[in-house]
Design a protein around this ligand. Sequence first.
Ligand code: GLN
Ligand code: ZN
Length: 758
Amino acid sequence: MKTSVIGYPRIGKNRELKFASEKFFKGEISEAELLQVAAEIKKEGLLKQKQAEISFIPSNDFSFYDNVLDAAFLFNIIPARYSALGLSELETYFAMARGYQGDKGNVKALAMKKWFNTNYHYIVPEIDDDTEIKLNRNKVVDEYKEAKENGVDTKAVLVGPFTLLKLAKYTGTKSAKDFAGVLTENYSILIEKLEKKGAEWIQFDEPSLVKDLTQDDINLFKEIYSSILKKRVSIKVLLQTYFGDIRDIYSEVTALGFDGIGLDFLEGRKTLELVKSNGFPEDTVLFAGLVNGKNIWKNNYAKTIDLLKDIKSVTKNVVLGTSCSLLHVPYTLASESKLSDDYLKHFAFAEEKLEELKELSKLSDFAESGNVAAQVTFTNNQKLFHGRVDSVDEAVKERVAGIKESDYTRLPEFHEREKIQKEKLNLPLFPTTTIGSFPQTQDVRQNRQKLRKGLISKEEYTEFNKNKIAQCIKLQEEIGLDVIVHGEYERNDMVEYFGENLAGYVFTEKAWVQSYGTRCVKPPIIWGDVSRKQPITVDWSKFAKSCTDKPVKGMLTGPVTILNWSFPREDITIKESTLQIALAIRDEVLDLEANGIDIIQIDEAALREKLPLRKSDWYSQYLDWAIPAFRLVHSGVKPETQIHTHMCYSEFTDIIPAIDAMDADVITFEASRSDLQILDSLKENNFKTEVGPGVYDIHSPRVPSVDEIVNALESMRERIEDSKLWVNPDCGLKTRGETETKASLINLVDAAKIIRER
Ligand code: GLN
Ligand code: ZN
């Protein structure tokens, strides 16, 4: 059986591309040196795939920053403000990705958005009425040639025209359909060039097909691809989809005459059903996505072989593939030196997934061949699925099973609590606060590092942080903030910190995954049943409270965010894992309360991230358990304890009732970069929760003026009752410097005072 890889990681096994790019940005290495690093990364990936006998190896899956940006750049979708800088080709490309500030001008980067339901971010192409779409780069052909020189005849891969048009932002009066014709022609020109070079296959990535589609979308898609398919001469066209099923367009897609169609059988809940009930065209190759490109667990061969049998009952013309690009998993287990084999043998990163494809392909032929080696591989694989060391905790399972319906509801209801809390806390109108973290200066990070390396004792470490906390509180009192935080100096990252302090988690050393551009994340792995062994934040918060008479806000990360930024288990549902984490955080909430902390913030920065791609799935597949999981965390507190939550975005206009149903007492969110339209929607929806829409952007060192904040607050007051409005920055301050932080917060407090007087 043949095998296919949709895309391969490209940041480098040891993040070589990241470091080289950063050096290039600083002018420390030349363009030629950067290209050399890129060439080596590409070559290594190709050879690894060749070694694993992958039949369809991708080229042009490499990118210096992002594949969507690559496609936009390829077809000259370059806003004039970037080409006007007069930079070199690569520098123009980076200017679009990261902005440019230098002797040739000053332009901001293009917007960045999350790539479907992953933690990868793409650059949003920007098209205006004058955009002249034309193929004027050679990246696709060049990388095809480059791979050939490395001895691999690849399928050329790029983002397809439909997805490119759907993801673009249109700043003029024209829209996607106005550009479809010319864009399609240029994709055809590209195909012609590839044909001349002898390319046999081209893969168009069209993940936009797994979203809800309108009739216009379907027409647009058909128009584009009927033209492309008609014009091509010899190349075979693979339409590749992933991250879901294509239920809205399955019959149209299968009727168009593609040479290959790639479907995701893992995330596509309906894919198998679609194939079985509608059939599959005889002359088309079905690229079946069965090896998970998004998670790190070993493939369960028995399950996969069963699924393959099912698929083969419809068509014999099947290629075994990854479910999506391997970009979303780390490179290799070979880099992990600390975890024992008891753990590692259960994981498969990109390189190991190549082996899985190879083994699975042999196994699927095995019935006919009766190959003994294949049988051994199979048996060994199955042994892996009979439990893992240290992963089971019966007490946790029982506790989850014992959750009662009433545990999801906090009493008394919101309005009654609101009154009680106002009396107890006695805060002024428009209370001021921050989101939690204060600048993580060099010394703070060094302190943590020294502890990790064993250079200082636990006591010395704690002493240092206590000093920091005391200073931070003094600063907040001087500034005049009403609700005080401890500053989060003990945290590297809001999820990793809790992961490290919860049983059931394991950590990798080098398992980096690209998040955007040169930024990588190293998500922790949920290994087993999760529980809290001892209090995590209580000592820090207690100490903070001892430093001031003002209310101190305890600071936690919520269960949905902890789950969304980890690699989840596959042997239990993510709902079940989330409930386990929720119970652990609930224990922490109750301990904070018992220790006199009467305001507790539970951050859900990533709640929106795993919102399903289809609206019809939003509640049934996600919010229906995610929101109750959050409520479970805080339902046990006393009426006078005030629960805050924080989110890093304001794009929740369409899920406002769900956000209100989290039943927090106060919610703060990022708002300064949005148009405040969210506030109108809050009003329309009778949003009950008190709100703190961020009054200034913390992503830049710029200090907001008092006037500016007053104006922001005044327009908020038009939409939110005075008694419900809080005053705070957009997000945590950990990436900011100390000077601008202090100046900004002084202005924030002054602005609140001015409004109070009015
Ligand atoms: N409490 C966290 C902080 O202030 C919140 C971070 C976030 O929302 N991403 O850093
Ligand atoms: Zn935030």
